[in-house]
Write a protein that binds this ligand. Structure first.
Ligand code: ATP
Ligand code: MG
Length: 180
């Protein structure tokens, strides 16, 4: 499984529909300060379900919507789609490509889609459980995250290993069963 494509529209500095294609291997994003490099990783976090505006370097969730700049009007919504190559079947879905979409408008009304079918945030989270992908997982290591992992409480650090070992899914199901 690898990140194949990212489509961004109306998210942060991306006023026009922007499609980024990735190939297996290493990709580096380079550009001058303020050109939108971090906005690309923010878009990935966001589509994976990030709920904290602060983690996305904003004050409120509506700050992710393009606010307008030199002659370009502000947008009314933001939409990001992330396409993963699933030909190895790493994700438990019968598709060789899996697209996750998140859309939000200025009222704060948000929607998620898996392969264009509306779903809940919970469905997106469950899909990625035990894959290491997800807003709090090790597939995205932000600035300061290494220090945070090293100085975290043993039980918090253990969660990272449980995710890598593939048992997060079972622990989550057990927690849910115990609540009933
Ligand atoms: P650096 O090299 O300094 O880390 P960067 O390439 O990571 O820079 P970003 O932080 O991704 O840059 O982009 C910052 C730019 O995004 C700023 O110019 C900011 O005005 C713009 N931006 C952020 N949110 C919005 C928004 N909602 N609407 C329009 N522009 C936005
Ligand atoms: Mg940056």
């Amino acid at each position: 499984m690898y990140l194949k494509r990212l489509e961004i529209l109306g998210f942060k500095s991306f006023a026009e529909k922007t499609e980024l294609e990735f190939t297996p291997g290493i990709t580096a994003v380079v550009g001058p300060n303020g050109s939108g490099k971090s906005n690309v990783s923010d878009a990935i976090r966001w589509v994976l379900g990030e709920q904290s505006a602060r983690a996305l370097r904003g004050g409120s969730m509506a700050d992710v919507i393009f606010a307008g700049s030199d002659g370009k009007r502000a947008m009314g919504f933001a939409e990001v789609s992330l396409v993963l190559d699933n030909s190895d079947g790493a994700l438990p879905l019968d598709f060789t490509e899996v697209m996750i979409t998140r859309r939000v408008d200025r009222s704060g009304e948000g929607e998620y889609f898996i392969n264009q079918v509306p779903c809940r945030l919970k469905d997106v989270q469950e899909l990625f459980m035990d894959t290491g992908i997800g807003k709090e997982n090790y597939s995205i290591i932000g600035q300061g995250r290494i220090d945070e992992i090293l100085s975290s409480k043993p039980e918090d650090r253990r969660a990272l290993f449980e995710e890598a070992a593939g048992i997060s899914r079972y622990k989550a199901r057990k927690r849910e069963a115990q609540r009933r």
